[in-house]
Ligand binder design. Sequence first.
Ligand SMILES: Nc1ncnc2c1ncn2[C@@H]1O[C@H](COP(=O)(O)OP(=O)(O)OP(=O)(O)O)[C@@H](O)[C@H]1O
Length: 205
Amino acid sequence: MAVEDVNMVIEPRAVTAFIGPSGCGKSTVLRTLNRMHEVIPGAHVKGQVLLDGQDLYAENVDPVRVRRHVGMVFQKPNPFPTMSIRENVLAGVKLNGARLAASDADALVENSLPDVLLMDEPCSALDPISTLAIEDLIQELKEHYTVVIVTHNMQQAARVSDKTGFFNIAGTGKPGKLIEFDNTDKIFSNPAKEDTERYISGRFG
Ligand SMILES: Nc1ncnc2c1ncn2[C@@H]1O[C@H](COP(=O)(O)OP(=O)(O)OP(=O)(O)O)[C@@H](O)[C@H]1O
């Protein structure tokens, strides 16, 4: 079992950060939010993920539809690497021979952004200036979208997020756990759990 005991409310139009040492299950939990873990053979989940009251794991729910609403931002965002993100989004339409007016194409590209954006270490390969540009973008995005971000960078979590979940792992081979989930200010100034305090003050991890 990779991770257990995760219970949280992710606020709409806010940024939620997952922090914690390597292997504690941050990415795994993130991937369960749009059923991405299902692309790994044998991986399964117990429990519920409710989006506007609808369980994403209910029997009649199509995972492809889930991923249209809850999208994953990858470090390498374009499947066709020589094309822009816009061209990547429009590639399917073009391949089907459809002709679009430029304004319709713009609308299609903009509307293809899902309601919830999951970001797994989006800045880990970036220099500090590009990192700040992405952080500014995240702030803009949260006016319209719900953002969940996994980051190893605690300063980044403190800068960009409204809520923070701290995950920890008792030892190799043990499942990770959500230790504390609260307002980011609280987690970084006055956490309730000793483990959180030790982690944010750099005493382990
Ligand atoms: N594809 C996989 N197959 C088997 N086990 C996996 C797989 N992906 C992750 N795990 C295991 O799940 C546990 C949690 O890993 P996960 O990547 O979610 O942690 P993390 O907190 O995101 O770590 P990191 O900060 O290093 O990215 C680890 O024990 C890991 O070995």
